[in-house]
Write a protein that binds this ligand. Structure first.
Ligand code: LMR
Length: 392
């Protein structure tokens, strides 16, 4: 039976981790997979997480099953951060825990499909795993251009996609810190996007994996909230893997907003629970329990927010430094200063990406995406020189 399987190439982004690890050059630079790095190039566990984990070890009295919805204390504690003061929008929003943001996206798309979504519209480029999940679920989908060549969002394209979509069609958007471009919508853009959803009745699916890494927790939720304030229904996929630094612990959540609380919302959840049970049964507990402990403790919350602020500040500094460099060879670095989060895409060819890796030990995705957090004040000049060398 196994002879019938066709070989699959490894996920290109994750394969970069191994390639970089095998490179023996001391001055290699890792701008590949999206993890935050300090100015010293480390990805330490947040102090607030360490403290919460210690409390967990000291006080957790059982590891008995929780259920497909996971740790509801975690799910509910996050809601005011995502949705604001009226966190349930008057009982219209309910959530459940998922294995990472990937689990949440997978659940969102599987549930949309089960509810009869006939087509999904997605801005490209997008996080490569979006297309992989869409393919695995066998969904019909269409692309629209997310970005203009000058590093701004292509608002006309997203509005045309939403206005052209029918009520049985979905549109997948990034809530903030767009992966891979770092190009987010402005407040006015989001207002127009919300109006377009109301006009067409298309179903919003918003993936928020980087809240707090752009301009702040509140600021990064503003676009999402402005859409939710207008539309009757939506799905939200959420990740704590970056803003709590919990990557391998796989901490995510999936939220459904229905036109009103009650039967429709409960039924949507019974379906989400059934899909989760059949997929992963229940999500891993540890990281979500640590986040719950942080969010229920004032001092730990303050410590976490301070650590998150430091991450964001450092990434802003790197972006400012890149923008101040102006150009490197044929690459204009100035748009990077106005972009958000971990990522930006450079206009480089696959050959130039390979030359950066082979000749200079600079690792980045084949799409030209860089993780700006991989740059430090020690390696940024080397990176700019290498870029100038291969594109000049
Ligand atoms: C990334 O885009 O690098 C991260 O979201 C990690 C991943 O799972 O791809």
């Amino acid at each position: 039976m196994l002879n019938r399987l066709a070989p699959q190439s490894p996920d290109a982004l994750l394969a970069l981790i191994k390639l970089h690890a095998a490179d023996e050059r001391a001055d290699k630079v890792d701008l590949g997979v999206g993890v935050y790095r300090t100015g010293q190039g480390a990805t330490p566990v947040f102090g607030a997480i360490k403290a919460a984990e210690q409390r967990l070890v000291d006080t957790q009295d059982s590891k008995s099953y929780l259920g497909p919805e996971g740790d509801m204390g975690f799910v509910n504690a996050l809601m005011p951060y995502i949705f604001g003061e009226d966190a349930t929008m008057g009982g219209r929003i309910q959530g459940m825990q998922t294995p990472g943001g990937t689990g949440a996206v997978r659940l969102a798309l599987a549930l949309a499909s089960k509810a009869g979504m006939t087509r999904l519209y997605m801005g490209t480029p997008s996080w490569p795993n979006h297309a992989q999940i869409i393919g695995d679920l066998d969904l019909e989908w269409s692309a629209f251009d997310h970005a203009n060549p000058d590093g701004t969002a292509n608002l006309d394209a997203v509005l045309a996609a939403i206005r052209g979509a029918g009520p049985d069609e979905g549109v997948l958007l990034h809530g903030c810190c767009h992966n891979p471009t770092g190009i987010d919508y402005s407040a006015d853009d989001w207002a127009a996007i919300g109006d377009a959803f109301v006009e067409s009745g298309a179903f919003p699916i918003i993936d928020t994996a980087y809240q707090g890494l752009g301009h702040g927790m509140e600021e990064d939720a503003a676009g999402l909230r402005s859409v939710l304030a207008k539309v009757p229904e939506a799905f939200i996929a959420y990740s704590c893997d970056k803003n709590f630094g919990l990557y391998r612990d796989r901490v995510g959540a999936f939220y459904v907003m229905a036109a009103e609380g009650g039967d429709v919302l409960d039924t949507a959840f019974s379906n989400a629970n059934a899909l989760a049970r059949a997929s992963w049964s229940m999500p891993p507990d540890h990281g979500a329990a640590a986040v719950r402990m942080i969010l229920r403790d004032r001092d730990l919350t303050a410590q976490w927010q301070d650590e998150l602020d430091q991450m964001r500040t450092r990434m802003r500094q790197v972006r400012e430094r890149l923008a101040a460099a102006g150009t490197a060879g044929s690459v204009d670095l100035t748009p990077l200063g106005g972009q958000n989060g971990l990522f930006s895409v450079l206009p480089v060819s696959k050959e130039q990406v390979a030359a950066l890796r082979d000749k200079h030990g600079v690792y980045m995705a084949g799409s030209g995406r860089i993780n700006v957090a991989g740059l430090t004040m020690d390696n940024i000049d080397k990176f700019i020189d290498a870029l100038a060398d291969v594109t000049g």
